[in-house]
Design a protein around this ligand. Structure first.
Ligand SMILES: *Cc1c(COP(=O)(O)O)cnc(C)c1O
Length: 397
């Protein structure tokens, strides 16, 4: 057990963020193991990506079977998993067409292009897309420009123009930004990176009504909130509305790089040459996507996500009361605990470094912790996580 910690020589890995001196080598369900054999209870799950936990058997089976059959016939041809996954997604949503991409940012780039194309055809070249303060849409130049993260407007200046920012849950702030150049409004049903801030039902419904009346498209970025995370297959389904465009990422691949741009027939106006990508719809990744979506749609699964979300919410509220914190919020298994001071970063480190078992959580803002466990996390693992939190809060608060 007490072997000396193995060193990690990562000098050739480009520095983009500080990382602990370990390598992750194995994952199973809600647990990760590093190169020293230390185990971590994983409530990050690859940043809300591994919706079925680590090493999900159905996904492994899909990967193996498809790898033996066909990995990539090129995007010039249809393939079977691409068609199966498109049909599954359209059958279970209000959308009619799907384009597959490799990352959430790429899917959002596609959504931006599609909206601008639609504006060229239907709204005299309108191209502005109203987005929101504290929103996150990705790390390409256009999606950074669409994002409302403080500081991102100057980080790689100049920005891509055409993304005025409104305030979430404030329809008047949207109305003020509308001009004859406005083609769409784009938002996350639950702002994830912004700190797990749900869009209210009243706002989403009045926004849908307003955009419809003014011939403006509604785009939902469900890269984080989609694919069962909030307890419904898609987060927009909580609101009783139908958007025009939706993007998916993260959970749709369950850990492999897969994303999707979805649109209604009325909006899907790309013509040859407008959109593409070497890996789009490749059968290896879409076969995994089929397995993921079928598992999410299995009888009782989404109900169990809602029940686990309620359990986590109840436990976090109890912790908040015990330690005089500021409550919790979220939808389904995308939740945040509001702290009483800026100790989020400290708690994340203590949780990871504690022994014998670590805990992986994250702090998108210094005064809160975010939880995005596997959707099949067990009740025991939720309670275990909460007891570790109690232990850490005792040390810090
Ligand atoms: C993570 C995320 C993205 C970006 O997805 P990548 O796969 O990292 O490019 C976009 N939008 C939202 C809401 C996200 O949470």
């Amino acid at each position: 057990m007490n072997k000396p910690a193995q060193s990690v020589d990562a000098h050739s890995v480009m520095f983009i963020t500080p990382r602990p001196e370990v390598m992750m080598v194995e994952g199973k369900g809600s647990w990760l193991t590093d190169n020293n054999g230390k185990r971590y209870l994983d409530f990050l799950q690859g940043w809300a990506v591994n919706c079925l936990g680590h090493s999900n058997p159905g996904m492994i089976e899909a990967l193996n079977t498809q790898a033996k059959k066909l990995i990539n016939p090129s995007p010039a041809f249809y393939n079977e998993p691409m068609i199966r996954l498109s049909n599954l997604l359209t059958k279970n949503s209000c959308f009619n067409k799907v384009f597959f991409a490799n990352s959430g940012a790429e899917a959002n780039e596609g959504a931006i292009k599609l909206a601008r194309k639609w504006g060229q055809l239907n709204k005299s070249g309108a191209f502005e897309i109203i987005t929101f303060d504290h929103s996150f849409h990705g790390r390409t130049l256009a999606t950074m420009s669409a994002s409302g993260k403080p500081g991102w407007d100057t980080m790689f200046a100049p920005q891509v123009p055409g993304f005025p920012k409104a305030d979430l849950n404030d329809l008047d702030s949207v109305k003020k930004l509308v001009t004859d150049k406005t083609v769409a409004v784009m938002l996350e049903p639950v702002q994830g990176e912004g700190g797990v801030i749900p869009t209210t039902k009243e706002f989403m419904q009045s926004l849908r009504k307003f955009t419809k009346e003014n011939n403006i498209l509604l785009i939902v970025d469900e890269v984080q909130a989609g694919c069962g995370r909030t307890g419904k297959l898609f987060a927009y389904q909580h609101y009783g509305i139908e958007p025009d465009i939706m993007t998916l990422g993260k959970g749709i691949g369950g850990g492999v790089p897969l994303a999707a741009l979805m649109a209604t027939d009325a909006v899907a106006c790309f013509v040859p040459g407008d959109q593409g990508g070497t890996y789009n719809g490749n059968p290896l990744m879409t076969a995994v996507g089929v397995s993921v979506i079928e598992q999410l749609l299995a009888p009782g699964f989404l109900e169990s996500v809602r029940a686990k979300g309620e359990l986590l919410s109840k436990e976090l509220l109890a912790i908040s009361a015990e330690f005089n914190l500021n409550g919790e919020r979220g939808e389904g298994l995308l939740r945040a605990l509001m702290l009483s001071s800026d100790i989020g970063g400290k708690l994340v480190e203590l949780a990871r470094d504690r022994g014998p078992e670590g805990l992986l959580i994250n702090s998108p803002r210094p005064n809160l912790l975010r939880f995005m466990p596997a959707l099949n996390v067990s009740d025991d693992e939720i309670r275990q996580m909460c007891n570790i939190l109690r232990e850490l809060l005792k040390q810090v608060v």
